[in-house]
Design a protein around this ligand. Structure first.
Ligand SMILES: [Fe+2]
Length: 226
């Protein structure tokens, strides 16, 4: 039996298992998601060179390293090697977080972005921050103030049913580390802006508001509330 037909057989068997077991047996590797716009589509706010490197190199590296880490983790689990499992956790946090964060980030941006949100999202922003401008100012300040590399976030606190602003270092994923559900993230790793904005992070943060896809942020709020 060839390798290909064996793989096909395994997949068919997996389909007959219970949904949970089938999902484990047929677990696919993580893949780099496509962007729904061209690398140059967010110009002049974020240039094409940044977008290309950021997506095809930086995000791709997180995806590749996440897959490698998960494979090692599976081996450690299979052996019952708890020490190896614990030692893999920083890599899982970093590369898993990098994949989660960037996957959200690309959808938070749009060539038709900017302006102000509508409907329920806007009402929630006014309720929790007083005004849209105040939310923007607070989120910008928190994001610019990230020491070293990290992310600024607008998140949803499900317990309090309210919006919150937070900042996370490195690639720590918002929900996994704070419990807040991510709605909008601003990447302030230098790879996200240095080629265009050099060391002037505040100018990049100011410009990115012109590319925010508020429809996506609204959809995320709707999902978070369910
Ligand atoms: Fe990034």
């Amino acid at each position: 039996m060839s390798m290909l037909s064996r793989v096909g057989h395994v997949r068919r068997c997996a389909a007959n298992l219970s949904p949970a077991l089938g999902a484990v047996a047929a677990r696919q590797k993580h893949t780099l998601p496509d962007l729904s716009y061209d690398y140059g589509a967010l110009e002049p706010h974020i240039n094409a060179e940044i977008m290309q490197l950021h997506h095809s190199k930086h995000h791709a590296t997180y995806v590749n390293n996440l897959n490698v880490t998960e494979e090692k983790y599976q081996e450690a689990l299979a052996k019952g090697d708890v020490t190896a499992q614990v030692s893999l956790q920083p890599a899982l946090r970093f590369n898993g977080g990098g994949h989660i964060n960037h996957t959200i980030f690309w959808t938070n941006l749009s060539p038709n972005g900017g302006g102000e949100p509508q409907g329920e999202l806007m009402e929630a922003i006014k309720r929790d921050f007083g005004s849209f401008q105040n939310m923007k100012d607070k989120m910008s300040a928190a994001t610019v103030a990230v020491q070293g590399s990290g992310w600024g976030w607008l998140g949803f606190d499900k317990e309090r049913a309210s919006l919150r602003i937070a900042a996370c270092p490195n690639q720590d994923p918002l929900q996994g580390t704070t419990g807040l559900i991510p709605l909008l993230g601003i990447d302030v790793w230098e790879h996200a802006y240095y080629l265009q904005y050099k060391n002037v992070r505040p100018d990049y943060v100011k410009a990115i508001w012109n590319a925010i896809n508020w429809e996506n942020v609204s959809e995320r709020l709707q999902s978070a509330k369910k």
